[in-house]
Write a protein that binds this ligand. Structure first.
Ligand SMILES: [Zn+2]
Length: 170
């Protein structure tokens, strides 16, 4: 077993465990945990296709669960760990929930809103700014996504070829 180097890595590993659940469902593997006083109080993973729900992102699910545990919409003493840079919806929810700190794995240059396209978490114009740490277990987080999309491409190709050979029979 690998030696756990820091608190950040310890909880990012937990977020990766959540991402694996999404992977098992054939969903883009993204996972999230929310930590309060050294305890995980919210977990979530991407279930957008499974639930047929735009809101079923890892972070939103984790925020929902954490709010139930805390009994408040404000998550003021929590840290959110997520394997991939949040989208505009999730970054917005993080600011709305007043989460003070976010730790992320890899960046998402095509859709990320915590430094890539926008940086909703650190906008000085908003009434709340988030302390952001990037690149924790970055290689593991991005490798899981890469493997997922490679497998998806192979699956799509195989299905296409299967359809082609079926139609050539008829
Ligand atoms: Zn999102």
């Amino acid at each position: 077993m690998a030696v756990i180097k820091s608190v950040e890595e310890k909880y990012m590993k937990e977020a990766l465990k959540q991402a694996k659940k999404a992977y098992a469902l054939g969903e883009v593997p993204i996972g999230c945990v929310i930590v309060h006083e050294g305890k995980i109080i919210g977990r979530g993973y991407n279930r957008r296709n499974t639930d047929k729900n735009t809101l079923a992102h890892a972070e939103i699910t984790a925020i929902n669960k954490a709010s139930k545990v805390i009994g408040d919409w404000r998550l003021e003493e929590c840290t959110l760990y997520v394997t991939l840079e949040p989208c505009q919806m999730c970054a917005g929810a993080i600011v709305q929930a007043r989460i003070p700190e976010v730790v992320m794995g890899c960046m998402n240059p095509k859709a990320g809103c915590a430094g890539s396209i926008l940086n909703i978490l650190e906008m000085p114009q908003f009434n709340h700014q988030v302390k952001v740490t990037r690149g924790i277990l970055e290689a593991e987080c991005s490798q899981m996504l890469k493997t997922f999309f490679e497998e998806l491409r192979i699956r799509n190709k195989q299905e296409k070829e299967a359809r082609k050979s079926l139609s050539s029979l008829s």
